[in-house]
Design a protein around this ligand. Structure first.
Ligand code: NAD
Length: 368
C-alpha cells in the first residue's frame, strides 16, 4: 500500500509504465475506466507461465495514479512467486481500484470491474483483497466466471483468512524449529501486530499451544475483544519493534521491516501474514540475516489463502486445501536449508526456488 511506495517525485522521474521502479517484465497491464460508475482500475498481469494470473483486487484511496500503478506492479509480481513456491499451477496477477471502499464502492462499479476482468478471457482471475468482501466477489461473479473466493452458498471456498492464518502458524513453527531447535511454541513470547481477519485466528492457534501472546493494533476495541477472548496481553509499550519477544508476527501492513526498524528488532524469528514485509528485500533481508534473525518469507507462509481459493479452480476440497497449507511447514524448512547451502537470504532462496519452477515450466512449454 502507500507506505510501501517510494516518493511520488521519484516515480515521476521514470517512464510512466515500463520504466517504473516496480516494473519487472510484467506481461500485460490493463487500465480500466468507466465514466458512468466512476471506475478507475488497473489490472496487472505479471506472469502466466504456470497458469492464469490469479490475485485479489484491492480498493484503496491512493494519493495518485503513480502509487496505484506501483502497488499493482509490486503485488502482481508477488503473486507470481507466491503461487510458484506453493506448487500451484497459477501465474501472478493483481488488480487495484482507485477509490475509497467505504464510500465509493457500488454494485454497479463492481459489475463494471467484473466486465473488464471478463474481457481478459480468463488470463486474469480475481479474488478478494483489502477493501473487498466476499459479497463483492459474488457481484463480480454475476458477470464473469473468472473470480474466486465467492460465497460457499454459491459453490465458492468462502473466507480465505482462517486458512491463511493456519499457514502462517505452520511457517512460524518451522522457523521456530530452525532457530530454537523445537517447533513447540509453548512458553514462547510472540508479538502479533494486527489482529484483523488473519491475526485473530493466528492468536487463537498460538494461545491454544500455550505461547505467551502479546497483541498490537490501532483499533482499541479489537484489542480489548481479542485479549478477552484468548487471554492475550495487549502490548502497551512505545516501541513494539524493540519489544523483548522471541517471535514478531507482522499481520497488519507491509514494509514494517525498514531502515527505521530493522536494527531495533529483538525477536529472533519473524513470521507473519503481511505482504511485502521487507521494505527493500535487497537491503533488509541481508541485515536480518547478519543479525541472526530468521525471516520466514511472507509470500510463502501467507499462501494459505491462495491455496484455498485455488481449490475452486482445481476442484479439490477443504481437507486438501488444509493439507497443502500444512505443507508450508516442510517448504519453509526446505527454503532455510537451500538458503544456507546457496548463501542466500531466506527471501532470496524462496524466490530462487520459485523462479526455477517457472523457468522449468517455460522450457517444457517451449518443447510442446
Ligand atoms: P485486516 O484488514 O482484517 O486486518 C488488519 C489489522 O491490522 C486491522 O485490525 C487493523 O486495525 C490493523 N492495523 C492497521 N494498521 C496498523 C498499524 N499501523 N499497527 C497495528 N495494527 C494495524 O487484514 P487481514 O485480512 O487480517 O490481513 C492482514 C495482512 O495479511 C494484510 O497485510 C494482508 O495483505 C495480508 N494477507 C492476508 C491474507 C488473507 O487471507 N486475508 C492473505 C495473504 C496476505
Amino acid at each position: 500500500m502507500t507506505t510501501e511506495i517510494t516518493s511520488v517525485k521519484e516515480l515521476q522521474k521514470m517512464d510512466p509504465v515500463f520504466g517504473q521502479l516496480s516494473f519487472d517484465n510484467h506481461e500485460q497491464i490493463v487500465f480500466c475506466n468507466d465514466k458512468d460508475t466512476g471506475l478507475k482500475a488497473i489490472i496487472g498481469i505479471h506472469n502466466t507461465v504456470l497458469g492464469p494470473a490469479l490475485g485479489g483486487t484491492r480498493m484503496w484511496k491512493y494519493n495518485n495514479e503513480w502509487e496505484a500503478l506501483n502497488d499493482v506492479l509490486r503485488l502482481s509480481r508477488g503473486m507470481t512467486y507466491k503461487s510458484a513456491i506453493s506448487g500451484l499451477d497459477l501465474g501472478g496477477g493483481k488488480a487495484v481500484i482507485i477509490g475509497d471502499a467505504k464510500t465509493e464502492k457500488t454494485p454497479e462499479l463492481m459489475r463494471k470491474f467484473g466486465e473488464f476482468v471478463h474481457s481478459l478471457s480468463g488470463k486474469y482471475i480475481t479474488a478478494e483483497d483489502v477493501g473487498m468482501v466476499t459479497a463483492d466477489m459474488d457481484t463480480v461473479r454475476s458477470v464473469t466466471p473468472h473470480v474466486t473466493g465467492i460465497s460457499e452458498s454459491l459453490g465458492g471456498s468462502g473466507n480465505p483468512s482462517p486458512v491463511t492464518a493456519y499457514g502462517v502458524y505452520m511457517g512460524m513453527k518451522a522457523a521456530a524449529k530452525y532457530q530454537f531447535g523445537s517447533d513447540n511454541l509453548e512458553g514462547k513470547k510472540v508479538l502479533v501486530q494486527g489482529i484483523g481477519h488473519v491475526g485473530e485466528t493466528l492468536v487463537e492457534h498460538l494461545t491454544k499451544e500455550g505461547a505467551l501472546v502479546q497483541i498490537a493494533d490501532i483499533n482499541e476495541n479489537r484489542l480489548e475483544e481479542v485479549s478477552k477472548k484468548y487471554g492475550a496481553t495487549i502490548f502497551r509499550g512505545d516501541d513494539l519493534y524493540s519489544a523483548d519477544v522471541d517471535i514478531y508476527a507482522p499481520c497488519a501492513l507491509g514494509a514494517t521491516i525498514n531502515d527505521e526498524t530493522v536494527y531495533r528488532i529483538k525477536a529472533k524469528v519473524i513470521a507473519g501474514a503481511a505482504n511485502n514485509q521487507l521494505a527493500d528485500e535487497n537491503v533488509h533481508g541481508p541485515i536480518l540475516q547478519e543479525r541472526g534473525i530468521v525471516y520466514a518469507p511472507d509470500f510463502l507462509i501467507n499462501a494459505g489463502g491462495i491455496i484455498n481459493v485455488y481449490a475452486e479452480i482445481a476442484h479439490y476440497d477443504k481437507t486438501e486445501a488444509l493439507r497443502r497449507t500444512e505443507n508450508i511447514y516442510n517448504t519453509t524448512l526446505e527454503i532455510f536449508d537451500y538458503a544456507v547451502k546457496n548463501k542466500l537470504t531466506t527471501q532470496k532462496a524462496a524466490m530462487a526456488i520459485a523462479q526455477n519452477r517457472i523457468d522449468q515450466r517455460k522450457k517444457e512449454n517451449a518443447k510442446r
